[in-house]
Design a protein around this ligand. Sequence first.
Ligand code: FAD
Length: 126
Amino acid sequence: MSKSFDVVVIGAGPAGYIAAIRATQLGLSVACIDEWKNRDGKNAFGGTCLNAGCIPSKALLESSELFHRANHEFSKHGISVSNVSVDIAKMQKRKASIVRVASPACSRRQKWKGSSGMENFWVTAK
Ligand SMILES: Cc1cc2nc3c(=O)[nH]c(=O)nc-3n(C[C@H](O)[C@H](O)[C@H](O)COP(=O)(O)OP(=O)(O)OC[C@H]3O[C@@H](n4cnc5c(N)ncnc54)[C@H](O)[C@@H]3O)c2cc1C
C-alpha cells in the first residue's frame, strides 16, 4: 500500500523538524522520516542537537562548571564548602530529563498547535 504526501522531510533535527511543522501549519500533509536511535534503542526526534549535541552538552557543561566553581571560586567569595563530589549518574539523569522536556514530542504536545497533519516514520530514507 502506498501513501502520498505533499512534503517529505528527511531528518528530524532542528532543520527538518521545524520545516515539517511549518509545512503542516501551512496546510500541507507531511511525512517526517528519521532513523535516529538513542542508546536505549528508542527512536527519537531532535537529531544531533537534541540527542547528542547542543542540549546534552550544555546540561553537562553547567554541572561541571558548578563543580569547578565550588572547588575553585567559592572561597574567594567567602563561601566555604567541604566534601564537594561528583555523582555522574545523577548528573546524567538530570541531563536526560532536560533532553526529554525539550524533545519535539513533548514540545509539540504543549505548543506546536496545528502540526497534526504530520506523520512520523522511523526508518532510513533512501
Ligand atoms: C557536541 C555538540 C555540541 C553542539 N552544540 C551546539 C550549540 O551549542 N549550538 C549550536 O548552534 N549548534 C551546536 N551543535 C551543532 C548542532 O547540533 C547542529 O548544527 C544541528 O544539529 C544541525 O541540525 P540539522 O537538523 O541540520 O542536522 P541533525 O541535527 O544532525 O539532524 C539530522 C537528522 O537526520 C537524520 N537522518 C540523516 N540521514 C537520514 C536518512 N537517510 N534517513 C532517515 N533519517 C536520516 C538523522 O538521524 C538526524 O536525526 C553541536 C553539535 C555537537 C556534536
